[in-house]
Design a protein around this ligand. Structure first.
Ligand code: NAD
Ligand code: IPM
Ligand code: MN
Length: 344
């Protein structure tokens, strides 16, 4: 039986994981959950350890994991959030961050022009290298001569495997986004790997954009894109942009994947949202759609489609939280999705 490690986390994390687990239950799959509800900022503040070896082992031994969100306003340095998210992505070598953006209803997008609305694209974000490598250091700290260095790491293996994944999920086209006109060494490595990937996939339409132009094109005509493949930092930023175009962070889902080992960590794109935590208004759809990605990863395509249809029906009938212009609570939206899911 498949085990799903569940990390509700902080802030709205546990609030959206509740309805997401209800949806998972309703699918009646042969799975069990292993809930790590001690992995949160409280524990870190008390113990100084974000994630123990035992926690990592529990997550590693589960085939997949589901995470709400981590982050706490009392913790401003990178140690806590990196100590969970980046550690898991690196420890489990989850080298793909798959972030689909699909517009669930016309009225949700800031783009009102009907010709610009058919948003259905995916950011494939390299998830283990770049500026997240953790390599670097500082000197003369606290002095006017202070120097800080964070290494923007690109390896041939890391780049070529994420490009390969991007082509494997392309429906129409793949667009490489980089900054090879300014970032010399990494830029050239990405460009060389890209030329090889393009040559190996002659039937897929391809294009290349610098990241500034990509942001501009996404905002003016997101329908031009299918798969966008890019590095860790640009993928982080552009996936918030595509989320906004498709209705906001509240509906954005993601998968951290290792396509070789099959391991996956599924999570909404949003964080712990301390500004709305405890108000009962967090949108659970990003977490619910992350469950759809999770069950699809387990081979249950029909169940994943059923969840997405239930979400689409809920949005179409305006049973949504305030971020989508509605007045329902997290729980009420969760209940509406369950009702749609159970509809014969
Ligand atoms: P955030 O995603 O938590 O919130 C950004 C804005 O979007 C806020 O105004 C918030 O209210 C809104 N929002 C987010 N999710 C929502 C939802 N489901 N429903 C309705 N509104 C929603 O980003 P932030 O404020 O920059 O970060 C807060 C904390 O979360 C920080 O500690 C950050 O490091 C962490 N963080 C964690 C993750 C993660 O766990 N994957 C991702 C991003 C940020
Ligand atoms: C995300 C988040 C994380 C990231 C942060 C919280 C470290 O923004 O998952 O998009 O940058 O990867
Ligand atoms: Mn982000």
């Amino acid at each position: 039986m498949t085990t799903i490690a569940v990390i509700p986390g902080d802030g709205i994390g546990p609030e959206v994981i509740g309805p997401a687990l209800d949806v998972l239950d309703a699918l009646r799959l042969e799975v069990r959950t292993d809930v790590l509800d001690h992995v949160n900022a409280e524990t870190y503040l008390r113990t100084g350890t974000p994630l123990t070896e035992a926690d990592i082992d529990r997550i590693r031994s589960s085939e997949v994991a589901l995470l709400g969100a981590v982050g706490d306003p009392r913790l401003s340095d990178t140690a806590y959030v990196r100590g969970i998210l980046t550690t898991l992505r690196l420890e489990l070598d989850l080298y793909v961050n798959y972030r689909p953006a699909r517009l669930w209803h016309d009225r949700l997008s800031p783009l009102r022009d009907p010709d610009r609305r058919a948003i259905d694209c995916v950011i494939v974000r390299e998830n283990t290298e770049g500026l997240y490598s953790g390599i670097g250091g500082g000197t003369r700290t606290g002095t006017p001569q202070e120097i800080a260095i964070d290494v923007d790491l690109s390896t041939r293996q890391g780049v070529s495997r994420v490009l390969e994944f991007a082509f494997s999920v392309a429906r129409r086209s793949v667009c490489l986004v980089d900054k090879a006109n300014a970032v010399r060494n990494g830029g050239q490595l990405w460009q060389r790997c890209w030329s090889e990937a393009v040559a190996g996939n002659p039937h897929v339409e391809t294009s290349h954009l610098y990241v500034d132009t990509a942001a501009l094109r996404l905002a003016t005509d997101p329908t031009a894109f299918d798969v966008i493949v890019t590095n860790n930092s640009y993928g982080d930023i552009l996936s918030d942009l595509t989320a906004a175009l498709a209705g906001g962070l509240g509906v954005a889902a993601s998968a951290n994947l290792n396509p070789v080992t099959g391991q996956g960590l599924f999570e909404p794109v949003h964080g712990s949202a301390p500004d709305i935590a405890g108000t009962g208004t967090a949108n659970p759809l990003g977490a619910i759609l992350s469950v759809a990605l999770l069950v699809e990863h387990l081979g249950r395509t029909e169940e994943a489609d059923a969840v997405r249809r239930a979400v689409a029906a809920t949005v179409a009938t305006d049973r949504v939280t305030p971020d989508l212009g509605g007045s329902l609570s997290t729980e009420e939206v969760g209940a509406a999705v369950l009702m749609e899911l159970r509809r014969p």
